[in-house]
Design a protein around this ligand. Structure first.
Ligand SMILES: [Fe+2]
Ligand SMILES: [Fe+2]
Length: 243
């Protein structure tokens, strides 16, 4: 399966692993301390993104960028007020406007570090854009939205629906896929959604349950410090173990 605007890989090869691990380690540690559930979400959506990239036929060097963008997509949530980040109930209009700042905050945080990797930056800035132009922060529509961000918005929504949230219990894989189909061409890029729908259901269910995970390659060797003892993780160990 292909998406017509996939670009050939640029020169320069893959992201230098020591560099990117350093960036990932610091940023993800900070995010974990703020919001452990967001980290678990980032790990799952990075794996879904890699599976979707394989289905679409992304060159491996571009898959690296997509995975990094997926892992860091919500890094801007570090900048959200606790009262909003940790609010269990529905958000007010003003609180929602505050949440809507996180793609640009995240983009500004990593713009220099990830300057050679615009695909990753595109995911961070544009993952809440909608195909019909009603998303944020830039109101892009259709193929003006970077392909990686169009792909990512599908997996982001799928993960949100298939995990328990304060405001809604998890849906089944099939129930979430049906909901995605209802928004084909409005919220989601039709090509990207069709590619995601072609993935094996057992694979999707494996990611949801944590038995399928493709991001170790980006995180091996990282050790995150213990968190504050408020239920945000088991303490030192391999990256994200037990989160
Ligand atoms: Fe987000
Ligand atoms: Fe997300």
């Amino acid at each position: 399966m292909t998406c017509s605007d996939e670009q050939p890989p640029r020169g320069g090869g893959t992201i230098p692993e020591p560099f990117i691990r350093g960036v990932l380690s610091g940023l993800l540690t900070a995010l974990r301390i703020r919001d452990a559930e967001t980290i678990a979400h980032c790990r799952r959506v990075a794996t879904y993104s890699l599976l979707l990239a394989e289905m679409i036929g992304f060159h491996p060097t571009r898959r690296d960028e997509l995975a990094v963008g997926a892992l860091l997509h919500d890094i801007g949530k570090i900048g959200l007020a606790d009262a909003v980040l940790r609010k269990p109930g529905p958000l007010s209009a003003e609180e929602f406007r505050h949440v809507q700042t996180h793609p640009v905050v995240g983009f500004e945080m990593v713009r220099d570090a990830l300057a050679p990797y615009p695909l990753a930056l595109g995911v961070i800035r544009s993952h809440h854009e909608r195909f019909d132009g009603r998303g944020y922060p830039d109101g892009l529509s259709g193929r003006d939205i970077p392909l990686a961000a169009r792909m990512f918005s599908v997996v982001d929504a799928f993960d949100a629906m298939t995990t328990d949230r304060p405001y809604a219990p998890a849906r089944s894989v099939e129930g979430a896929l049906a909901e995605l189909r209802r928004h084909r061409g409005s919220q989601f890029c039709p090509d990207c959604l069709d590619a995601f729908l072609a993935l094996e259901r057992s694979l999707l269910d494996g990611v949801r349950r944590g038995s399928v995970d493709r991001v170790d390659r980006y995180l091996n060797g990282l050790t995150l410090p213990p968190t504050d003892g408020a239920g945000h993780g088991p303490g030192p160990g391999p990256a994200f173990s037990g989160v």
